[in-house]
Design a protein around this ligand. Structure first.
Ligand SMILES: [Zn+2]
Length: 210
């Protein structure tokens, strides 16, 4: 398989920020640093398993969403099979934790096929690292407003909508949860998550890439 790994954020876009864990002192965890650490380890793991990997960035630099998605078309020999964007979640409720994934629900049929990939990633990360399963969600998602009209509840994800291959965005865990952040920054936990992601990709590939 040829897999594109997209470490979310980078450069002037730090993404979410964790708590300042006392034993780590300042600076706090930044999502952009963590996504890169996980992506580089995942690249190693996938290469060990005989796959080809392309990263959308290898350093702490800003890459536009357009450039990330465009990479799915530029890669030719061999063409990419899937695109996986790595992120960490944050929200205002400090107890919320767990792993989830997003897939595109906009436009043509092929991009909706990201759902099984999203499901395989979440299932295998939960199995390997023991995080809480928060499920998979379509983007955009819709809801009824007071007038009974269908309106957008959660907007589209650019890289998922514009990827020309099966794509999913994995939210590994919550940086806004103090306990979960402590796990996310530990190398042992990272190894378990990376194994889970690689297992998920292979499980999906066995079923959907014929
Ligand atoms: Zn993010």
């Amino acid at each position: 398989m040829h897999i594109i790994i997209d470490p979310g954020h980078g450069g002037r876009d730090p993404g979410a920020q964790g708590w300042v864990i006392p034993e780590r002192t300042f600076p706090p965890t930044l999502e952009k640093d963590l996504t890169l650490l996980y992506a580089l380890d995942l690249e190693k793991e996938l290469i060990t398993r005989g796959h080809q990997v392309t990263l959308t960035r290898r350093t702490d630099k800003y890459v536009s969403l357009q450039d990330r998605a465009n990479l799915t078309q530029k890669i030719r020999l061999p063409p990419a099979d899937c695109f996986i964007s790595l992120h960490f979640d944050a929200c205002q409720y400090p107890k919320v934790r767990g792993t989830s994934a997003l897939y595109n629900n906009w436009g043509n049929q092929s991009s909706r096929l990201g759902k099984p990939l999203a499901e395989a990633l979440v299932t295998e990360v939960v199995k390997s690292a023991g995080t809480m399963n928060r499920g998979v969600f379509p983007r955009p998602s819709y809801k009824l407003n007071d007038q009974g009209e269908l309106v957008i509840a959660e907007s589209q994800i650019y890289v998922l909508r514009h990827a020309k291959v099966w794509a999913a965005l994995l939210e590994i865990g919550f940086l806004s949860n103090y306990e979960e952040e402590k796990l996310l920054v530990s190398p042992e936990f990272r190894r378990l998550v990376v194994e889970g992601i690689a297992n998920g990709i292979e499980k999906w590939g066995r079923e959907y890439l014929k």
